[in-house]
Every structure is written in C-alpha cells, then in structure tokens.
Design a protein around this ligand. Structure first.
Ligand code: PLP
Length: 449
C-alpha cells in the first residue's frame, strides 16, 4: 500500500455508511481534524459551524475537558467490566440509577447497548420475551410510521420506512407494518391538528384490527421523526397515540434516539405531551457522541413481568460484550451532569428559542415551503411554488445541493428525501453561533435560488 493522502486512503479502504460508494470514489471525503464548542476544523484548515451536532448526537458540543478526564480516569482504573453474569461496575450502576431518576414515570430499568440500532433491536427482543412469558405468544407483529427511522440493524431497518434502507437489501419481514406519518404539511385531508391526530389514531386502529389485536405487540414512534425529514407532529399527537396503544392492548415504544437529552427543550421528547411510554430507546445525546452507548428504558410493569415470568434457572439470552461499558457509562454520567448542573439544558432552551424565531423569519424565502422546529431540532422543506406546495423535481437533488453549498459557506446541515434540510445544532451554541448559522443558511438559500 502506497502512503497516499488521507483522502486517497479513505477512498481506497474506508467504507462509509449511508453513501453512494461510487459517488464517494469520485468525490472523496471531508476529513475532520478537531473541534471546539460548535465549530469543526477540517484537514485543510477550513472551519465549519456544525449545525447538525455530528449526527444529531454531540448535544453538549465539542471539547469538554471534564468528559475527557472522566473517560481517561475510568480507562486507567477499569477499562472494561462485563455486565454478563453477576458482574457490574460503578459507572454503569450510577448511570442506570440516574437515568431512572430523570426519565418520565416508572421507566426505572435500564439495559445498555452500544447505540440506537441495537437499542431498538433489544426492545423488540424484550417485547417478544415479555409476551412469550406472559402467555400471549401470538403477539408478534409490530407497527411503526412511514418515514420513520429506527436504525440499520435487520429488525430496526425493517421498522424503518425510508426507501434507501430497504432498496437492494430485501423487504422488511412480514412482521413489520407502517401507517402514515403525522405530516401536517402534506396531509391529504389538511394540516389542521385535530384532523392529523384523528387520521393517525384511525390508521393505528385499522391496522391493529386488520392484523388482529392478539397478533400485534407494539407501536414504535419517534416523538419527532428525524431522518424522515424532521416531521413535527401536532401537540397532543403523542398523547393520543399512547392512549390508543393502551386501548388496543399493544405496547407503546418511544424511540428517543434523536429527541432525547434536551434536543427539543425538555430532557425527553415525550415530556412535551406528558407521555410515559412502556419502553424508551435512547442513544446519541446519552454520551453526546464522546463514546458509543445506547439504552433501553423499561417500565416497572414490563420489567417485573419478564423477571417473574422467566424460568428461574435459565439466563435471559440477550447481551453484547460491550453492554454497560464502564468508560461509556462514566462519559454518560458526566454528560448528564453537564446537561443538568452544567447549564447545557438551560442554554439549549435559550438557543432553541433564538433559533426557532430566526428560522421562522426565513419562511418568506421563495424556496422555503415549511419550517418545522422544536427546540434545536428543525427541518426546512423546500418547494418550487409556495402556494401550491410544489415539490422540486427529485432530479434537481436540491437539498443535497444546498448541503454542499452550505459546506462552502462554512455551515453543516443535512439533506433528506431530496427536498428537506435538517438542523440539530449543539445545545452549547452561543447567540453568535445561532445567528451565524442562520445567516450562512440564508446565504446558501440565495446561492441556490
Ligand atoms: N432510532 C432513531 C430515531 C435514530 O434516529 C437512529 C439513528 O439516527 C437510530 C435509531 C439508530 O441509532 P444508531 O445509529 O446509533 O444505531
């Protein structure tokens, strides 16, 4: 192997997730070298304002020395402790207890994973186990939302309803079903809140009836759909779906991998509607991307039923070598401390208000059809005719185009579904960061117009 430039080595050897492999060979990578606060620096010395917190995960922002210190200290003292058998470690115990304290309702039991996809898979496995040991083994079908994203593992990708995650990989199994997304801007019956909520409730009921309630295990939903284009449901939607799931005798799983940890204002997205799910999946902001970790939070009722229903002498066979990794757990504890005692949540709420007001001011731009924003999570849907809400032709690849122009203008945001761009700036953003981000986005819109 010739010692080529980093970009050449990347092209020749590193397979990137969710990218056209051929397109990447032609275009090459942007190699990131360092970061501080909300600003990244690439290998060529360009600085970029990170309007996406990496991949909606670096919620506390970059360069927190206190996180580096706890990770280094934990590596020195005990770099690894299995959670298998009856072993445990202090950071994992303390992080589980802290999450139980902070999470809504009786989500008091925590199963640590390595990220969001295996958190979703773990939730699915535990739900199967729950129904099997409580004498309802036919409850196997799962329902999720169109445009939903629940990871890239085999089961999670089946719950996901974004074409690129299915095309060429074979269809999801027969057990995964989807109902329409609560998407006010493109709801066929109009964007009135009550209409959108009623349509989702009716769709869930119809799907459960079609499959038979005895055959359906759970409804999975993101409190705000992220990768599907930042679809913000009307106030009250989550509560209505939670209550409908209870009525239909199916479990409600909130996938808070993006919405958790202050992204939308409160610590968890469910809090917006005062909802307590049966299970919650989290990752990303849990460790703010400083170290990989995810978690499934389980209610007292589900936990107790599994613990009591499982055969006494047999292990419940679900685990990962790196479950409850002590270094990630130590990082998670420090990240939680920064949210709650280090002022990050507070700052995120303030920055979210400024960001929301600024982004809404861009609604008048000729390319902007819809601005969807809650806290520091936003989607901007682009149109070619505002009055008719005309989608740009997919051939234009307009959102991808914008993201590339944005990069040239020193700002990172993401393109979704050909016509939507998404933002998720770090919660540590200063007023100046927010204003710069918005100004650079506006300049980018004008460049593309
Ligand atoms: N669930 C949701 C809602 C997500 O947004 C993601 C990732 O973006 C996942 C699950 C998968 O998480 P991970 O990429 O950590 O496997």
């Amino acid at each position: 192997m010739r010692p080529n430039s980093l970009i050449e080595l990347d092209r020749d050897h590193l397979i990137h997730p969710v990218i056209s492999w051929k397109g990447h060979e032609a275009r090459g990578a942007t190699v990131l070298q360092s970061a501080k606060g909300a600003t990244l620096t690439d290998a060529e010395g360009h600085t970029l304002l990170d309007g996406f917190s990496g991949l909606w995960c670096v919620n506390v922002g970059y360069g927190h020395e206190s996180i580096v210190e706890v990770a280094a200290e934990q590596m020195r003292r005990l770099p690894y402790a299995t959670g298998y058998f009856h072993f445990s470690s202090e950071p994992a115990i303390r992080l589980a207890a802290r999450l139980a304290e902070l999470a809504p309702g009786d989500l008091n039991h925590v199963y640590f994973t390595l990220g969001g996809s295996d958190a979703v898979d773990s939730a699915v496995r535990f739900i199967r186990y729950y129904y099997n040991v409580t004498g309802r083994p036919t409850k196997k079908h799962m329902i999720a939302l169109e445009r939903g994203y629940h990871g890239s593992s085999t089961v999670g990708a089946g719950l996901t309803a974004i074409p690129a995650f299915h095309d060429g990989f074979d269809a999801p199994t027969q057990l995964q079903h989807h109902i329409p997304s609560p998407y006010p801007y493109r709801n066929p019956a109009g964007d009135d809140d009550a209409v959108v909520i009623a349509a989702s409730v009716a769709a869930l009921k119809a799907k459960v009836e079609a499959l038979g309630a005895d055959n359906v295990s759970a409804f999975f939903a993101e409190p705000i759909q992220g990768s599907g284009g930042v679809i913000v449901p009307p106030d009250g939607w989550l509560k209505a779906m939670r209550e409908t799931a209870r009525e239909l005798d199916i479990l409600f799983v909130a996938d808070e991998v993006i919405t958790g940890f202050g992204r939308t204002g409160p610590l968890f997205g469910c809090e917006h509607d005062g909802v307590v799910p049966d299970l919650m999946t989290t990752a990303k902001g849990l460790t703010s991307g400083y170290s990989p970790m995810g978690a499934v939070l389980m209610s007292d009722r589900i936990y107790r039923a599994i613990a009591d229903g499982a055969p006494e002498a047999k292990p419940i066979g679900h685990g990962f070598t790196y479950s409850a990794h002590p270094v990630s757990a130590a990082v998670g504890l420090e990240v939680l401390r920064l949210y709650t005692e280090g002022g990050i949540l507070e700052n995120g709420r303030r920055a979210g208000e400024r960001f929301t007001a600024g982004l809404r001011r861009l609604s008048d731009h000729p390319l902007v059809g819809d601005v969807r924003v809650r806290g520091l999570l936003a989607g901007v849907e682009l149109v070619t005719n505002k009055a008719k809400r005309t989608k740009p032709s997919p051939d234009l690849g307009i959102s991808g185009h914008l993201a590339r122009f944005g990069y040239r203008n020193g700002v990172i945001f993401r393109a979704f579904a050909d016509d939507i761009v998404g933002f998720a700036p770090p919660l540590c953003c200063t007023d100046e960061d927010i204003d710069t981000l918005l100004a650079r986005f506006e300049r980018t819109l004008n460049d593309v117009l």
